[in-house]
Design a protein around this ligand. Structure first.
Ligand code: GH3
Ligand code: MG
Length: 307
């Protein structure tokens, strides 16, 4: 099993053109996480994008792209913007520090290097990074069900829309709504309603297992699943699978004609347009969901199919 992202070992990236300096810093922080290194700004940046480190220790003076420019590039790369960068430098005058802070660094470690100072600074910033990650993660989770929330969904959908404009294959989306949930709440009580929402949420999350798929609570008793690189027919099969999985839970619902809790699903898939694709695909899946409700519930409807 892979470790939870917040419990895993920290990843430390050292970017420095001097192998001696890399060896020394690696030795100082050897028990604080896994240590990776690069000897140039451009390769360091490339490595950072792949590695997604928790901290970057960056030498200021390097041939080619220097530390200041490397730091600016790191901060302008969306997936690295939250990674703390500490400069390692022999120049700690006001001007140098201001330039470093303006480039996005959080701290400086002066040369010649001292083990206790390196360890203390790295420890502080690793702790702050972990706390920031925890807060970011919490802000993306729905309090009741624990699955991703609407904010996480909106962000991810935007990312996937941009990505699908560059890559072949359509983007799929499923919107899931619990059938007759108001009468369920009225009959069984709000707490039972909450418990039902949790079970359905987990069921949907567990059904979205392929890499890149994301399940989220979209609204009250509505959920959404992002289906990267998914053709229309495949998206439709996923919707059928969800309807089946929820039926298989066999949660009693006396007020429903089905006798159990069921869901209706609207699915859409298509190549994102240049702008506003996120609105377009949501609107298409939403109107398919509306049809699924109108046609009797407990079913899936594919946008753009049939009448
Ligand atoms: P349909 O089959 O057409 O979807 O009908 P419905 O009754 O499911 O839909 P409606 O929109 O009329 O009712 C949705 C209900 O979901 C009403 C609301 O009280 C309930 N609901 C929304 N959020 C929560 C929640 O967090 N907990 C509980 N227990 N109920 C919730
Ligand atoms: Mg409903």
């Amino acid at each position: 099993m892979t470790a939870h992202p917040l419990e895993r070992e920290a990843k430390i990236l050292i970017i420095d053109d001097s192998p001696t300096s890399i060896r020394l810093v690696s030795h100082f922080v050897r028990d604080m996480g896994s240590v990776h290194f690069a000897t140039r700004g451009d390769t360091g940046l490339k490595m950072a994008v792949e590695l997604l480190p928790d901290i970057i220790l960056l030498d200021v003076e390097m041939p080619g792209i220097d530390g200041l420019e490397t730091c600016s590039l790191i901060k302008r790369t969306p997936e690295l913007a939250d990674v703390p960068v500490i400069f390692i430098t022999a120049h700690t005058g006001v001007d140098h520090e201001v330039a470093g802070l303006s480039a996005g660094a959080v701290d400086f470690i002066p040369k010649p290097l001292s083990e206790p100072i390196v360890r203390a600074r790295v420890k502080t910033h690793l702790t702050l990074k972990r706390q920031g990650d925890q807060l970011r993660e919490l802000a993306m989770r729905d309090g009741l069900t624990g699955i991703h929330n609407r904010r996480a969904f909106d962000e991810q959908l935007l990312i996937e829309c941009r990505r699908h404009r560059r890559t072949p294959g359509p983007l799929g989306l499923a919107i899931v709504d619990i059938d007759h949930f108001k009468p369920f709440n009225d009959f069984y009580g709000h707490q039972a309603g909450d418990a039902c929402l949790r079970q359905i949420a987990l069921c949907i999350e567990e059904s979205a297992r392929r890499p890149g798929e994301m399940a989220a609570r979209y609204g009250g008793e509505e959920f959404a699943v992002i289906l990267p690189s998914t053709e229309r027919e495949e998206a439709c099969r996923f919707g059928e699978f969800l309807v089946e999985q929820v039926r298989a839970l066999a949660l009693p619902h006396e007020i429903s004609s089905f006798g159990m809790v069921t869901v209706s699903v609207g699915v859409a898939a298509g190549k994102p347009a240049i702008d506003g694709c996120n609105n377009e695909i949501v609107a298409a899946a939403d109107s398919a969901l509306y049809r699924a409700k109108a046609e009797g519930r407990n079913r899936v409807v594919l946008a753009g199919s049939g009448a």
